[in-house]
Design a protein around this ligand. Structure first.
Ligand code: G3P
Length: 217
């Protein structure tokens, strides 16, 4: 399973990259705003800064909601760097724009997916990634992980190559459950990645090994 980090914070992206386990980055307008990155020029520059830190795909979201606007924005984003993936909302024009970009060999990530039918439409339009938001479904007492299982089942039935990118991952158990269910990618905060390191038996075991080593020195 690929690990993406879901942030626009450059320090956190560097930390995950330095661990050697990072496969890409996802961002959205809310994550940009959280880092104080506003205005088109600053946002575009920030995407390039992110691409210069990581080696994998970097999702950059359009803010237009009509086909022509999405194509115009997406083409400008794709020009920025060859790691950029155009992130499009799951609405009718987003599906149409997804088909437009996939026909031209430009990678896409269809976002704000909350149902298997939406994921199927994205796959039919040739999306590189489809992003089901599992945490936000959990927030409204709906099983987000079940959506991952349903999409996996449907994609496997037909051999769709669209990768399932579990998004709105909030914690380590989401990561582990997504891996069990066969999600191709997960994107989450740095804490959902570094949290996987933690086990008290690792800490106490290491402490004992070091103490025993030091007895002889
Ligand atoms: O990847 C989607 C993500 O940014 C949304 O996460 O935690 O705001 O639901 P969250």
């Amino acid at each position: 399973m690929k690990f993406f980090i879901d942030t626009a914070n450059l320090d956190q992206i560097k930390e995950a990259q330095d661990m050697g386990i990072l496969d890409g980055v996802t961002t959205n307008p809310s994550l940009m705003a959280k880092e104080g990155i506003t205005g088109t020029d600053n946002i575009m520059k920030h995407y390039v800064d992110i691409c210069n830190i990581v080696e994998g795909d970097v999702s950059a979201e359009v803010i237009s909601t009509d086909f022509d606007g999405m194509v115009r924005e997406g083409e400008a984003l794709a020009e920025l760097h060859d790691q950029i993936v155009i992130k499009l909302p799951m609405i009718k024009d987003g599906v149409k724009a997804c088909k437009y970009f996939s026909d031209r060999g430009i990678k896409t990530n269809v976002t704000l997916v909350f149902s298997p039918g939406q994921a199927l439409l994205a796959a039919k339009a040739g999306a590189t990634y489809v992003s089901p938001f599992i945490g936000r479904l959990d927030d409204i007492s709906t099983d987000g992980l079940n959506l991952i299982a349903e999409i996996r089942h449907i994609f496997d039935n037909y051999g769709f190559e669209t990768q399932i990118l579990a998004a709105s991952v909030r914690h380590t158990m989401h990561v582990i459950d997504c891996a069990k269910l066969g999600s191709d990618v997960m994107t989450g905060p740095l804490s959902s990645i570094t949290g996987l390191l933690k086990h008290p038996l690792t800490d106490s075991g290491l402490e004992k090994f070091l103490a025993d080593y030091n007895k002889g020195n």
